[in-house]
Design a protein around this ligand. Structure first.
Ligand code: NAD
Length: 344
């Protein structure tokens, strides 16, 4: 197949593009490199040869997108391009709505123009807001009530996809939203890494401390109502996350997942780890003490978030192959040691 991957120069999109190339597909990456990396594009080009193409431009630019769709004639889209920082979304809601909602609409219009009717969309547990996960985790049926503009834009685009799937357009759209929890690790063969700028994710920050690039990790609250007082999150290896995308893509438009249907699944391991547990795992992998400093709680940080991940296992047979946090940390640690300046 030919898959158009938006945001394919970023962390998760580049890993999706790589896996698709490894599986023998043609991949067209669309990215404006606002947060993505030329270095990731170079690695993809080296792996994919002529089966890989890169179109630099914005998903908000309809003319650019129409040209790419007309030239490349993709069979389906994986849509990762977004602005994706919670704090920044509070500061710059207009930019977030423009990229994540207007950009999404522009993409859907270009898909319709080229008769491309399958899309897998990167959604997030931030669409749930601050739910009570109980003992079994947050299920897909949990009310979606985001508490920041980032989560709002992702929910807004999910709703648009649902409406587009139900519309009378022929042939109808088939869409999947995958609601990720926290994503960690990188390609085990070291061909791609994780390099967010600014970095806000716990594991790369801890590994930057181990590399000597930072002095400590800030603990945002140590008096949360959890066993050790720090927040609990569900971490899925990026390679497992991409496996979920491939399963979703394979199911889209077939059998019970026929066109005209919008589907949403959580992707997580179903298990929570506290910030202190994650840091202990980073210490075990790196052998570095990784000092911490206590800092005030951040507004809008729910104490506990972990997925009820049973639906995607039941419906698509998805089961994480790398559930151990140490495995993901060790994969990223190898890449970061080999690339201490990231993709720079
Ligand atoms: N990283 C996580 O833990 C996580 C968790 C839940 C959901 N997500 C979602 O997964 C997706 C990928 O996240 P990531 O961590 O890889 O982020 P990332 O910032 O590394 O990648 C996003 C990519 O989108 C590109 N982009 C941004 N605006 C664009 C535009 N207007 N036109 C074209 N390209 C544009 C950026 O240049 C970047 O390469 C996002 O949609 C994010 O909301 C990520």
């Amino acid at each position: 197949m030919r898959i158009l991957v938006t945001g394919g120069a970023g962390f998760i999109g580049s890993h999706a593009a790589l896996r698709l190339l490894d599986e023998g597909h043609d991949v067209i990456v669309v990215d404006n490199l606002f947060r993505g990396h030329q270095g990731a594009i170079q690695s993809l080009a080296a792996c994919g040869g002529p089966r890989f193409r890169f179109a630099q431009g914005s998903i908000c630019d309809g003319e650019f997108l129409s040209d790419v769709f007309a030239r490349e004639r993709p069979d389906a889209v994986m849509h990762f391009a977004a602005l994706a920082y919670v704090g920044e979304s509070v500061e710059r809601p207009v930019d977030y709505y423009r990229t994540n909602v207007v950009g999404g609409i522009t993409l859907l219009r270009a898909m319709r123009g080229a008769n491309v009717r399958r899309i897998v969309f990167s959604s997030t547990c931030a669409t749930y807001g601050e739910p009570n996960p109980g003992t079994t985790g947050i299920a897909e049926s949990t009310a979606q009530a985001p508490v920041n503009p980032y989560g709002e834009t992702k929910l807004c685009f999910e709703r648009l996809l649902r409406a587009a799937c139900r519309s009378t357009e022929a042939p109808p759209l088939a869409a999947v939203a995958l609601r990720y929890f926290n994503v960690v690790g990188c390609d085990a063969k070291g061909r791609l890494g994780e390099d967010h700028r600014p970095e806000t994710h716990l594991v790369p920050i801890a590994l930057e401390v181990a590399l000597g690039k930072r002095s400590h990790v800030a603990l945002f609250g140590t008096d949360w109502p959890t066993a050790d007082g720090t927040c609990v999150r569900d971490y899925v290896h990026v390679e497992d996350l991409i496996e979920a995308h491939l399963l979703a893509l394979g199911a889209l438009g077939t059998g019970e997942f026929r066109s005209g249907k919008f589907l949403a699944w959580n992707v997580g391991t179903g298990r929570g780890h506290s910030v202190r547990e994650v840091l202990d795992a980073c210490r075990r992998v790196t052998g570095h003490p990784i000092p911490t400093k206590e800092a005030p709680r951040r507004a809008g940080d729910p104490p506990v978030l972990f997925a009820d991940a049973r639906a995607i296992e039941r419906d698509l047979g998805f089961h994480p192959k790398k559930p151990a946090l140490e495995t993901a940390i060790a994969d990223l640690w190898r890449w970061m040691q080999a690339h201490p300046r990231g993709y720079a």
